[in-house]
Ligand binder design. Structure first.
Ligand code: MLT
Length: 417
């Protein structure tokens, strides 16, 4: 008899975005003539930029020649890409190429990183949160059971972020070993400035904790004093692992490429109190479980750092930033309270009082044929909120905003807003 990992049974029925996809598929099947606009999952819609395309074509051609063919590459990524990342993303931050691990996605990295941490570690997450951090800790056994009444897992420390604390998480009240932070934040679209982030770095240094910093949306920052990397904060190189992705920055959700940064100065501990390099552990894990990202994709990623690539990517990001502005301002003008959208591609909408997030989701889908993401799907503190993404097509985004505004007016008429 093969036993299963029963931790899986503690998870909610299905992953948030799968649940949404199923609901939308059912609606579309039952209403084939309705034009559904999807601002739910944060998936990019702009085509891959020409600089990336031509780098991919060239790399494909190379693979067809005796001299240019590559078999297994280095598990950690080719030097050309690791060097380009250091040069372009971490120039004055003292990060070295062997501290960069190229992968096929930040979601995988954020999920897999739990392999190198002890089971007894206490984990803190912000709430609402990108579900991957919590689910992967549940699967690996760091949580207790799910408590239906609180909507939380036992043994996990939740740090609420909501309008009453201006979306700035408080430091954990009890000692924790691992802290997940994602800024610019998914799902709220809000940010921490350097001073606020430093409090977490100081906490981690004082408590020998590790910060797992997801920086997937860094390219969308528009305001000054917002850190683009946690390593801009003094001391972070002792306590932080950073996850970055080309998905949202360069439209790579389908191409697949990301990286994790683990400075050689970041240590965990054995139960006996000996220091262990997390860079070494992750390297060991990577070489055991991963054969690297394909050569073609790594050449594609490298191309975003050419002058042409940078310019083309900037245009795409500006396109999405404009969508974010249209959503934010459109909804604000219609009387909705909205957060985020300035330094992030996510708009976090306060839904009419008394209404639950999933109820709003269903009504919006049925009445306005617009798909968003219910805030409660990201955790209990997300209840009462709703997320819209700026990754859609410009015309569709405008139309979606008009429909949401119209829907809001109908609710107002029935005193629901
Ligand atoms: C989201 O919508 O939260 C993201 O697209 C999910 C992801 O990046 O995996």
């Amino acid at each position: 008899m093969a036993n299963v990992n029963e931790n899986f049974l503690k998870l909610q029925d299905s992953y948030l975005f799968s649940t949404i996809a199923k609901k939308v598929a059912k609606f579309t099947e039952e209403n084939p003539n309705k034009k559904v606009i999807k601002l739910g999952i944060g998936d990019v819609t702009r085509p891959v930029i020409p600089a990336v395309l031509s780098a991919m074509h060239k790399a494909v051609d190379e693979m067809g020649t005796k001299e240019g063919f590559r078999g297994y590459g280095p598990e950690q990524g080719y030097d050309f890409l690791r060097n380009a990342i250091v040069e372009n993303e971490y120039k004055n931050l003292g990060i070295e190429p062997d501290e960069i691990f190229v992968s096929d996605g930040a979601k995988c990295d954020c999920g897999n990183i739990v392999d190198i941490f002890g089971m007894e570690n206490k984990v803190a997450i912000t709430d609402p949160v990108y579900p991957v951090y919590i689910d992967t800790n549940v699967i690996s056994g760091r949580s207790g059971n799910f408590n239906e009444s609180t909507g939380t897992y036992e043994n996990i420390v939740y740090l609420p972020v909501n309008s009453s604390n201006n979306f700035i998480p408080e430091l954990p009240k009890e000692r924790v070993d691992m802290i997940y932070l994602c800024f610019p934040n998914n799902p709220t679209g809000t940010v921490l400035n350097k001073e606020e982030l430093k409090k977490f770095v100081d906490y981690a240094r004082k408590n020998n904790s590790i910060i797992l910093f997801d920086s997937a949306y860094e390219a969308f920052i528009t305001e000054k004093d917002i850190p683009h990397s946690i390593y801009e904060i003094e001391g972070a190189k002792e306590v932080a692992i950073e996850f970055k992705s080309f998905s949202k920055t360069a439209g790579f959700t389908g191409v697949r490429c990301a990286y994790t940064v683990i400075p050689k100065t970041v240590y965990g501990y054995t139960k006996a109190g000996e220091k262990v390099s997390l860079n070494k552990l992750w390297n060991r894990r990577t070489t055991t479980k991963f054969n690297g990202v394909s050569y073609v994709v790594q050449r594609a990623a490298e191309a975003i750092y050419t002058d042409e690539g940078k310019k083309q990517i900037k245009e795409n990001i500006e396109y999405y930033q404009e969508n974010a502005r249209v959503i934010k301002e459109g909804l604000q003008e219609a009387g909705f309270t909205v957060y985020g959208g300035v330094n992030a591609p996510y708009i976090w909408l306060k839904i009419p009082s008394g209404m639950k997030s999933w109820e709003f989701f269903d009504m919006l889908l049925n009445e306005a044929n617009v798909v968003g993401t219910p805030g409660s799907g990201f955790g209990p503190s997300g209840e009462g909120y709703f997320r819209l993404t700026a990754f859609g097509d410009k015309e569709n985004t405008k139309e979606a905003v008009e429909r949401v505004v119209k829907f809001g007016k109908t609710l107002a008429k029935h005193n629901k807003i």
